[in-house]
Design a protein around this ligand. Structure first.
Ligand SMILES: [Zn+2]
Length: 259
């Protein structure tokens, strides 16, 4: 904070809950801030607490009021809990959306599957690129996750830098590229970071989760030695696990053809 204003953060969803990720960052004096939004996710209703409800959208009344001061929405990756609310809510905002090629392509595929969904002019940005969104200087940093092209955001402002992690895993051998760009994280750490903002599932649990490569190896072994057919369940959006399951199936058919 200084005389010309403040750099502020508020989660409109996604903190302390799974899903509905939507964060906003503001820059400037209290009464005339410029805003950037990161992600626009949905949450899923459950039979226990929300029977009959499939999807829960974030409450964006604040952003609608501040629409003229909202300079853009940056998507970290293409999971529903990070971009699933965009097609429904974007018409109330109509601001530029920034996404990497895979995320932009998946958004377009979703749009085609939903009659009447708006055509959102997405500004496609390259992995690892750095671009300006209003007064915010945004740089993408690749992070390993279960879907291709997951990004953390380095958000630089005249008042300091924040690292917004998105969903992440320190996995040197993910089954889908790229791995977490540790060199870039180290460099921004040396440069100086005011705050790290992150709420990745299980991030505050002690310990280490195994690499997806180890999960894949175990799956191959389990499928190879199984006596009958094997049914695998997973989130359809866990692209890495889908790949591991497919590879385990193909390794078995090579070893012992199914007739
Ligand atoms: Zn995710």
């Amino acid at each position: 904070m200084n005389a010309s204003g403040e750099f502020v953060f508020a989660p409109l969803g996604g903190v302390g809950e799974i899903g509905m990720n939507l964060s906003i960052y503001g820059l400037g004096p209290e009464r005339s801030r410029t805003w950037i939004a990161v992600d626009f996710g949905v949450s899923f209703g459950g039979e226990e607490d929300l029977p009959g409800i499939d999807l829960v959208l974030p409450d964006i009344r604040f952003l609608v009021e501040e629409r003229r001061n909202l300079v853009g929405i940056v998507l970290t990756h293409a999971h529903e809990d990070h971009f699933g609310a965009l097609l429904d809510l974007w018409p109330q905002l109509r601001v530029p959306v920034y996404a990497t090629p895979f995320t932009a392509a998946l958004l377009e595929a979703k749009r085609r599957g939903e009659p009447g969904a708006p055509e959102i002019p997405v500004r496609v940005v390259e992995l690892g690129s750095r671009f300006a969104v209003g007064p915010f200087d945004v740089e993408l940093v690749s992070v390993a996750h279960s879907i291709p092209e997951s990004n953390g955001l380095i958000i630089r402002t005249p008042l300091g830098t924040v690292l917004h992690t998105g969903d992440w895993k320190i996995d040197p051998t993910p089954v889908i590229a790229p791995p977490t760009d540790e060199a870039k994280l180290r460099a921004v750490g040396d440069e100086g970071v005011l705050a790290l903002v992150g709420d990745s599932t299980n991030a505050i649990r002690e310990g280490r989760s195994p690499s997806e490569r180890d999960v894949a190896k175990t799956l191959v072994e389990l499928v190879r030695t199984a006596r009958g057919r094997v049914a695998v369940t997973t989130f359809a959006s866990n692209v890495a696990r889908m790949r591991s399951a497919a590879e385990s199936a193909s390794s078995r058919s090579r070893a012992r053809p199914v007739i």
